[in-house]
Design a protein around this ligand. Structure first.
Ligand SMILES: Cc1cc2nc3c(=O)[nH]c(=O)nc-3n(C[C@H](O)[C@H](O)[C@H](O)COP(=O)(O)O)c2cc1C
Length: 188
């Protein structure tokens, strides 16, 4: 198995980060891997904010938890938030991703977003930096502080943030989910 395949198979979602933060050089390398992602029609509809400010991360987490608790019809999110009581699991830093909606085809910007996020995850894992995809980060922008957070994160006008990759070092490692070979077929 080559190095990329090994990293893909061994990566796991970290939900318990220690205090130790990746270096600036590592964060730059990881964010650059995100920016190297392919995108539909090469539109590169993203903007990344590398957030090292722990007070801001904590403030966003509180806001996100409040938004989840206040939401109607969000029982699955409430369950998740209640189970852990956290959104960001004490991660010392994160990359928050914002995207601009593409006019065509519908939803293409979200596919691009996913590819950027996975590039970030795999780049981090290749450097021995633990990580987690965080879709619930969207809730940080669901309340009254949305505009303020967008400004503090440095997002240009027109970009909508709502997806984060948490980065740091695990207090305890986990095994990734078991891949299901029944989810594919080979047609000869
Ligand atoms: C698009 C996406 C969004 C996710 N959002 C969250 C999240 O907000 N909170 C969380 O704890 N895990 C989140 N995860 C992690 C998944 O729960 C995790 O990948 C899955 O349970 C499989 O576990 P593994 O990554 O350890 O193999 C997300 C994963 C993906 C791909």
């Amino acid at each position: 198995m080559n190095e990329i395949l090994r990293i893909i198979q061994s990566r796991f979602s970290c939900r318990s980060f220690s205090d130790r933060a990746p270096s600036d050089a590592e964060l730059l390398a990881i964010a650059s891997a995100g920016l190297a992602a392919p995108s539909g029609m090469n539109r590169q509809p993203w903007f990344l904010s590398v957030v090292k400010n722990r007070a801001l991360i904590s403030e966003m987490e509180q806001e996100g938890l409040l938004a989840i608790a206040a939401g109607e019809g969000l029982s699955i999110y409430k369950t998740l938030a209640a189970r852990w009581g956290k959104l960001f699991f004490d991660a010392p830093c994160m990359i928050m991703i914002a995207v601009k909606e593409a006019d065509y085809p519908k939803g293409a910007h979200l596919i691009d977003l996913g590819i950027v996020a996975q590039n970030i995850v795999l780049a981090a894992a290749s450097l021995g930096i633990d990580n987690m995809h965080c879709g619930l980060a969207a809730f940080c922008f669901a309340g009254g502080k949305s505009a303020e957070f967008k400004t503090r994160l440095g997002f240009p006008e027109g970009y909508e943030p709502g997806y984060a990759v948490l980065l740091g070092y695990a207090k305890e490692t986990r095994t990734p989910h078991a891949a299901n070979p029944g989810k594919m077929t080979v047609i000869e």
